[in-house]
Design a protein around this ligand. Structure first.
Ligand code: FES
Length: 336
């Protein structure tokens, strides 16, 4: 049994198979609707059910409350149609060749860049390429059907490697494997590209790009794309971390800012210690953004980091006048 979903105010419609989520069916049909975590926790995929009924097989997901549900809002990464639907979403794009695939990849290099962060470089089989937009992520496919999501940290232009930044989490199944026993030459399987955190090129407004911790990874990918395209828009990069060692590629954004007058870089530390002799900005990174740019009404903002940072920043940026359709974010829950 399948239902049809039509997207209001567009020509797009697609079928959803039994048990399939609206987002998964849209991806299968070559359409990118807003989504990030695909787990019901980030709220990126929220839209409106204009006509029809939906159901959540596992109950109401965390990122939607009963009032929103009552008022016709839905999280389309979790929602299953219970009838034909008409839905309204913030943005819909044709995916073209940017479609998720399942691929093997060989570990080409593992680079230690901080005590608890590794850069992982993967190489695809010779006859395969991954079309992706810088800023998107991939899911490693682990035994027992488990998945672990990591952002791509480079662009598809530079070479045929995929770069990921992995933070070691105590007790982490995948990050522990990367830190303790993964060797160059090992084979991994992944699905990707996923997510819709990527540069919108239909704007020339000034941009703020904010990363928290390894949330710098997709920011790096988007910045490298911006440099590749020769964008002249003002771009202010913020990187929030606890201590100086956590800014594990600090020289890179410094170099970008040193080479181009339209690029600025502000690292912000939340917990520097006296021994760090830190003279830069301190506090929460999103608060520094608002201190520097109290009126965000003319900006596009891209941000990536853990849910508490993203949620606090969404509120603070909205209060500073940022329209919700100019805020693009990737909220990642660090899975053990
Ligand atoms: Fe649906 Fe995150 S809640 S993509």
């Amino acid at each position: 049994m399948s239902y049809q979903v039509r997207i209001a105010d567009s020509d797009h419609a697609f079928d959803v198979d039994d048990g399939e989520s609206v987002i998964d069916a849209a991806l299968r049909a070559g359409l990118m609707l807003p989504y990030s975590c695909r787990g019901g926790t980030c709220g990126t995929c929220m839209g409106d059910v204009v006509e029809g009924r939906i159901a959540y097989p596992d109950g109401l997901p965390p990122a939607i409350d009963a009032d929103q549900d009552e008022s016709g809002k839905a999280l389309f990464c979790q929602a299953r149609p219970a009838s034909d639907l008409v839905i309204r979403v913030k943005e819909v794009r044709e995916a073209g060749d940017i479609r998720p695939q399942r691929l093997p990849a060989r570990v080409e290099a593992i680079e230690e860049c901080a005590p608890d962060v590794r850069r992982l470089f993967l190489k695809l089989p010779r006859d395969k390429r991954l079309a992706f937009l810088p800023g998107q992520y991939i899911d490693f496919l682990l035994r027992g059907g488990q998945r672990r999501s990591f952002s791509l940290a480079n662009t598809p232009y530079d070479d045929d490697l995929l770069e990921l930044h992995i933070r070691h989490l105590p007790g982490g199944v995948f990050s522990g494997h990367v830190f303790n026993d993964l060797k160059e030459g090992a084979l991994l399987r992944f699905e990707g590209p996923l997510g819709n955190f990527f540069l919108r090129d239909d704007s020339d407004r000034p941009m703020i790009l904010m990363g928290g911790g390894t949330g710098f990874a997709p920011v790096k990918g988007i910045m490298e794309q911006a440099l590749h395209l020769g964008l002249k828009r003002p771009m202010h990069i913020y990187w929030g971390a606890r201590r100086p060692a956590d800014l594990y590629l600090d020289s890179l954004p410094r170099q970008w800012a040193g080479q181009a007058s339209n690029i600025a870089y502000t690292p912000v530390l939340s917990d520097p210690e006296p021994a760090d002799e830190w003279r830069g900005a301190t506090g929460f990174v999103h608060e520094q953004v608002v201190r520097d740019h109290p009126d965000l009404s003319g900006f596009d903002v891209y941000m990536s980091g853990p849910p508490p940072m993203i949620n606090a920043a969404r509120e603070a940026f909205a209060a500073a006048g940022l329209p919700s359709d100019r805020l693009f974010y990737d909220s990642f829950e660090a899975a053990p």
